[in-house]
Each structure stands twice: as C-alpha cells, then as structure tokens.
Design a protein around this ligand. Structure first.
Ligand code: PLP
Length: 418
C-alpha cells in the first residue's frame, strides 16, 4: 500500500557545504536532442523490478525492506556487545518498525508520537528510549505512564521536569562534542558542556532519578570514524570524575552518525565498530560500560529510491548557461537535507548514456528556497525532458517525515515498502 506521510519535524539548518561550480557549458533547451530511452541499470535490482510494473503516484519513495533488515543485521553484528536503538525519526514507516521489532531492535523515540508508533508493534516500553532532550513535562508524564523508563536530558530545566514526571527513571546526559567530518552536523542545539554534565548527573541522583550514563552524537553522515574517539575520551573522563563523587555510571550511548552512500564512498560499518571498540578499550581500561548505538540513516538510507519526474527544463539566459531542471519533488517533499546542499544524492535517469551537462536542480514549488543544487555540481543528461522519470538513490532516511502536508497544494511524499 502506498502511504502518505505528514511533515513531523522542523527543518534543520547547518553551515553550508559549498563545492565550486564548474564553469558551465553552453546549453540551450532548444538544442536538446530527442531522448534515447534505456534501462535504469544503476537502480538496486529488487526496486528496479518492482518499479518496472508498479503504478505509483509521483513522486514516491520505494523502500526495500530486505535492505533495511540486512543493514540492521550487519550493524548488530559489527557491534556485538551493544544494544541497538533504531532512531525512529529516520523513517517511522510501520513496515520498517515491524521488521526491526522482529529482529530485536530497541527504539530511540523523539516524541510521544514516535513512542506510540513503536508501542503499536510488539515492543515493550523497556525497549524504548525517549532520547529527545527537549520534551514537554506532560509528554514525559505520558511516556512514563506508558512504561518508558529511559530518558535523555542536557540541562537542569529538563532534569527537573524528569524528576517530577518520571521519578526513579534511568536518565542519561547528552554532552556536546565536535561534529567535524559530518555532512549533516547536529550543532550546539543538543548537549551540555561536560563539566556541567557532571554536576547535572550528581543532581539527578539527589532528585530521585537513576543517573545511568552519557550520550553524544558525532553528527549525522559522519565520514570519519575516528571522530568517536574525542567523545569517548570525554565520556570516560566524566565517568571517572563522577565515580570520585560517588556516582557510578553504567552506560555510554554513542549515538548515530553511521553513513549512507550518497555521491561519495563511505567507510564500511566495520570501520566505525573497530574505531569505537578501540577507543572504549583505550579510555575504559578496566572494562567498557554498557554501550548503546542509535543508528538511523545507516539502517534505512540506502534502502530507499525516490522515483520522481521532470516537470520542466528551462534555459534562463544570462551569464549562467546552465539549464534549470525542475522536478516534481523538492525540499518541501522530503529532500530537506539538500538544505545548504549538505546531502548530495545520486540521481539516475534512463538517459544516463547520453552526454551530461551541469544543471541547476530545483523542486516544483513557488519558493526559491526550493532549489536543490545550484552551488554544487549536478550533471544530468542533456536530453532530459519533461515527463522523464528520475530516480534519487539512498533516500530512505529523513525524507518522508520532512515532507510538508500540502505546500502549494501538493500532496506529501508518498512511500511504499516492498
Ligand atoms: C538522539 C539521536 N540519536 C540518533 C540519531 C540518528 O542519527 P543518524 O541518522 O546519523 O544515525 C539522531 C539523529 O538526529 C538523534 O537525534
């Protein structure tokens, strides 16, 4: 069944990643040659077979559940001593939550809505972490009433809410860590300075909570596995200092950051596991604490292909000779991570055998922010024309939930799991 998803999460804005724009080659729309259709050979075979016969609305995300399952199994195997909490926000599709539940995953939820999505499946509340550091007290109480006993915080205000609404629960403090190397950094919005985190964890115990551990996030789409070492070193130092104050923590939550494969090659999951394991051994010489990993993008990103359509190819004149290619999908239909051109998706067309030229790629809405790639180099076939299908790869994460409800009267991104 094809489902529509409502936008559930505010857009995240971070510092730009700007590639130089190559000197554009002259191209006039009137010069476009007639299409020479060929098969989309670069699509994952199972999705390609499905798309060959399926009648789908456009745009539509297709997620291959067998890839989701494989990614989960590969990650769980790479981190044999860790508990895996899938970050539901990456893609909360029921079929994905159901598959991961059966594989034994736990879940990192950002809201009561996500907690309820998990509870609909056979997930006991003990398998859910309320990992958002920004929660209404009424939502904390609602989660507690549903049996959730694991909560994140990063400031005294949040800790005091937890003390009122989630007495006795395990709490973990999120600390700030550099996000260098991440294509989608998570900035200073989350986490506190380690020295403050120590005081807060001491306070947590005084307030009747269970100071359980420390979490961090090295930034999403983190391409440098060694970045975890800085955060783990900080965490170990906090463990020691808290131990000296009589608070013995038991858990380190290393967050997410494990990448999908967009334009650039990425290190395999084993490289992250090896780096994290080595770092834990180095900084916790007397034995590592319990470890939690919270993958989102890695589990679902590469499992998705977004099928969309070219609406218009336009030559605008002036000194920039690149044509504008407008798709029926844009920033407001789920491709929000193209903000500041941060995430660079691979795009496949049936005309990829034809000459490719630099283009400016944009979405269909009447908002100039709905431009996907203008500073970065984006090359598409010179023969592309309205009505042609395009396939945007590795779009299984952070797309459906970002889609607006009806911006410009256009429906939210449809999705189907196969
Ligand atoms: C608390 C938390 N955990 C895990 C994740 C998942 O991160 P990623 O998709 O990079 O694996 C996120 C993403 O925003 C997050 O906020």
């Amino acid at each position: 069944m094809v489902a529509s998803n409502r936008g559930q999460k505010a857009l995240r804005r971070e510092s730009p990643t700007e590639d130089d724009v190559a000197a554009p080659r002259a191209l006039s729309v009137t010069q476009l040659r007639l299409p020479l259709p060929s098969g989309p050979a670069l699509l994952p075979p199972r999705i390609a077979r499905y798309l060959a016969t399926a009648a789908l609305p456009s745009p539509c995300l297709v997620v291959d559940l067998s890839v989701v399952e494989r990614q989960y199994v590969d990650l769980a195997r790479a981190f044999p001593a860790a508990r895996v909490f899938y970050a539901v926000k990456a893609n909360p599709d029921d079929a994905i939550l159901s598959a991961l539940t059966k594989l034994g995953s736990c879940f990192d939820a950002a809201s009561i809505g996500e907690i309820d999505m998990c509870l609909k499946h056979d997930v006991g509340p003990h398998r859910i972490s309320y990992g958002n550091t920004i929660k209404k007290q009424s939502d904390i109480a609602a989660a507690y009433a549903r049996g959730v006993r694991l909560f994140a915080f990063d400031c005294i205000g949040e800790l005091e809410k937890l003390a009122v609404a989630a007495q006795g629960s395990k709490v973990f403090c999120r600390v700030l860590t550099p996000n260098e190397g991440a294509e989608w950094p998570l900035s200073r919005k989350f986490g506190c300075e380690p020295a403050m985190g120590i005081d807060l964890l001491v306070r947590a115990r005084q307030l009747g909570l269970d100071p359980y551990g420390i979490s961090f996030h090295v930034g999403s789409q983190q391409l440098d596995p060694s970045q975890f070492d800085v955060a783990i070193a900080t965490t170990a130092d906090m463990f020691r200092k808290l131990g000296a104050r009589g608070v013995d923590l038991r858990m380190v939550n290393v967050g997410g950051g494990f990448p999908s494969r967009y334009l650039r090659d990425v290190p395999p999951i084993e490289d992250y596991a090896t780096a994290i394991d080595a770092s834990l051994r180095k900084h916790f010489p007397n034995g590592a604490p319990e470890v939690i990993v919270e993958p989102g993008r890695y589990i679902v990103g590469d499992a998705g292909v977004l099928q969309a359509e070219v609406v218009l190819v336009a030559d605008k004149g002036g000194s920039d000779h690149r044509p504008w290619v407008y798709l029926d999908v844009g920033k407001f239909h789920g491709l929000a991570e193209t903000m500041d051109e941060a995430i660079k998706y691979r795009i496949v067309t049936a005309r990829d055998g034809d000459e490719k030229v630099p283009v400016i790629l944009a979405g269909p809405t009447c908002d100039s922010a709905d431009t996907l790639y203008e500073k970065s180099i984006c090359r598409l076939p010179v023969t592309l024309k309205p009505g042609d299908k395009v396939w945007i790869l590795s779009t299984g994460a952070y797309t459906t939930t970002y889609s607006s409800i009806a911006f410009n009267g256009m429906p939210p991104l449809a999705s189907v799991c196969i």
